[in-house]
Write a protein that binds this ligand. Structure first.
Ligand SMILES: [Cu+2]
Length: 123
């Protein structure tokens, strides 16, 4: 049975589709099911072609949920030790999680919209 995880951290951006995304039934990867909802931090890939927040600070071991609205985006991390797997392809109306296990600053961009940049700082 898929678990429904409610967003604990609304981004407050009017253009963000977070509400519609979190209303969907999602199926987290098994390894992520052990994490409680409170451990999720959120980055919205918005229809306004931004990552919000553009700079996110988390703790080592935190899960970051990337939420995608009706405009498709992807997330490609600058190659470095500790960077999580890219979120390739065209992602719309979906939420995808990545775990950040190692301290560092991880920059990423959307290859569909190269002007979209963000960083996750892991402490
Ligand atoms: Cu994009």
């Amino acid at each position: 049975m898929a678990s429904r995880i409610v967003c604990q951290n609304p981004c407050g951006v009017s253009a963000c589709d977070c509400v519609s995304v979190i209303g969907r039934e999602i199926s987290p990867q098994p390894a992520l099911l052990a994490k409680t909802a409170e451990t999720f931090k959120n980055v919205a890939a918005t229809n306004a072609l931004t990552f919000t927040p553009a700079a996110l600070r988390v703790s080592a071991g935190d899960i970051v949920r990337f939420t995608f609205g009706s405009v498709a985006h992807n997330v490609f991390f600058v190659a470095q030790a500790g960077a999580p797997a890219d979120i390739a392809g065209n992602n719309a109306n979906v939420a995808i999680e990545r775990e950040f296990a190692a301290p560092g600053t991880y920059a990423y961009t959307c290859h569909i919209h190269p002007q979209m940049h963000g960083t996750v700082e892991v402490r």
